[in-house]
Design a protein around this ligand. Structure first.
Ligand SMILES: Cc1ncc(COP(=O)(O)O)c(C=O)c1O
Length: 477
């Protein structure tokens, strides 16, 4: 039950919603696809750093960051300057007509310093979904095999090929089938809800296992081995290795709930791929580009290297830009014309991406993401003593809190996460849910300050009080 204070706040805010240019909010949305979810009745006006102002005059602390896109915050001056300068030079140097542009060369040089060393061949496109589609093309072409193994709960995008690999929520797929064939789903380890762990009375998993130095060290976490066994079984029952081109995985699951697989899991996938001549694709669209306090999310979990790494979102601070970074020999069987796209590698996007990488390196944002992530995890752990948060997990500034029941069980009341994000929105904190369970995710800018993080935690606490306070939902300490 949402508390009455929350309902009062909701009524007030709904009355305040203001349109723009003589159009009411209601009229604006009448002209927009109703199939796109809209989290708040506000119209964006401008952004700066960690804040957004809307046309109703309100200021919002943005811990959603365009779903993890605004890595350097809103309108970072160096990114803005790079985009403005580039727009005055050349906006678009089409990739078929000009193999490269000056800002593309700048970007290639920077990628050389941050990418895993064997991934030296880059294909640029505009969105994460496109990167996923192209990775599948490369894998099938190179291996001559058809099937792709994806994981339950994964989100790889909304185009048909990417949607076929996506199972984080049914709403992304329902009524849209049939989907392209050749996709096999394997279980992604969700240790909190693992039945073997529960049967064994814990099996080395406690709240915050993924946030060293807080809580139990991640490395000590034991795995029941179930997900890997399922994979081996799938090779016998669903897709023989001789038919399987690749395994695609988010090294830290994003939309599906910010899950980190147990130690050894990614390395085991690498070994399976090597054994069966399959490719390993890391989809780092959400967990990559310093989001977790390392350049790439997988670097927290394994020394094993992927054959392809996909990036988008945070790479260009909000300018649409994405890519597939691959081992060069994967193109041995391709000929010119087999891949492409009108806008891929636009000069504007390259300039924004190069500037973003410079800001991340030059302003110490890897360290800041790690430090502020610790601050966030500590704050959420503190709140878990008072409110029904059953797990705090993630790395760096990719952090989540999962809710459970008021009785301390894992069974949360339906819509808890939506109620909390709604309450936070009314208090001026932008947050998103994640996955099919009741989880709220935090994706602040990588340059969020210590005081902004404290402000965010304070607003989050007030939102929890709005939702749980006064009712029967506050966990008795
Ligand atoms: C891991 C992952 N892959 C792919 C995508 C799709 O990216 P886009 O929305 O840019 O197509 C997303 C988007 O959230 C994502 O999180």
């Amino acid at each position: 039950m949402v508390s009455s204070s929350l309902l009062r706040l909701g009524a007030k805010a709904a009355g305040e919603a203001v349109g723009v240019g003589g159009w009411s909010y209601a009229k604006i949305v009448e002209h927009l696809s109703p199939a796109v979810s809209k989290f708040s009745p506000v119209v964006a006006e401008r952004g700066s750093g960690s804040y957004v102002w809307t046309t109703d005059g309100r200021k919002h602390l943005d811990f959603a960051c365009g779903i993890g896109v605004l890595s350097t915050g809103h309108c970072h001056p160096r990114v803005v300057a790079a985009v403005q300068e580039q727009a005055a030079q050349i906006i678009m140097a089409q990739q078929n007509i000009f193999p490269a542009s000056r800002p593309m060369v700048d970007l290639l040089q920077r990628l050389e310093t941050v990418m895993p060393s064997q991934l030296t061949s880059h294909f640029f496109c505009n969105s994460g979904s496109e990167a996923v589609e192209n990775a599948v093309k490369i894998a099938r072409n190179y291996t001559g095999k058809q099937n792709i193994i994806a994981f339950d709960g994964a989100y790889h995008g909304r185009t048909y090929g990417a949607m076929a690999l996506t199972t984080s929520k049914t709403v992304y797929r329902q009524t849209f089938g049939p989907f392209p064939s050749g996709v096999v789903n394997a279980p992604y380890p969700y240790c909190l809800h693992c039945k073997a762990r529960q049967a064994a009375g814990g099996l080395g998993y406690e709240v915050a296992p993924n946030t060293p130095p807080l809580g139990k060290a991640y490395d000590q976490r034991q795995c029941c081995g179930g997900p890997l066994e399922s994979l081996e079984w799938m090779f016998k029952t669903h897709s023989a290795p001789s038919e399987t081109a690749a395994i695609i995985i988010e090294p830290i699951l994003g939309e599906g709930g910010f899950l980190t697989p147990p130690p050894g899991f990614l390395s085991a996938l690498r070994a399976l791929c090597d054994k069966h001549d399959m490719l390993l694709i890391f989809d780092e669209v959400q967990c990559g580009v310093a989001r977790t306090g390392k350049w790439w999310g997988h670097q927290h979990l394994t020394d094993a290297q992927p054959d392809m790494l996909l990036f988008a979102k945070g790479i260009a601070s909000g300018v649409p830009f994405a890519g597939v970074s691959a081992k060069p020999h994967l193109y041995d069987k391709m000929s010119p014309g087999m891949m492409g796209g009108t806008y891929g590698g636009s000069a504007l996007g390259c300039a924004a991406a190069a500037a973003t990488l410079d800001v991340i390196s030059g302003e110490g944002l890897l360290q800041n993401a790690a430090d502020r992530g610790q601050q966030l995890a500590a704050g959420l752990l503190r709140l878990s003593e008072k409110y029904p948060i059953v797990d705090v997990r993630g790395r760096g500034l990719m952090m989540a809190a999962e809710f459970g029941g008021a009785d301390g069980s894992l069974a949360a009341r339906p819509h808890t996460a939506a109620d909390v994000t709604h309450a936070a929105g009314l208090r001026g904190l932008l947050l998103l849910g994640a996955g099919a369970r009741e989880t709220v995710r935090f994706l602040p800018p990588l340059n969020v300050s210590e005081s902004e993080m404290e402000e965010g935690l304070g607003l989050f606490e007030q939102s929890l009080e709005d939702v749980f306070g006064g009712g029967g939902d506050v966990r008795s300490a």
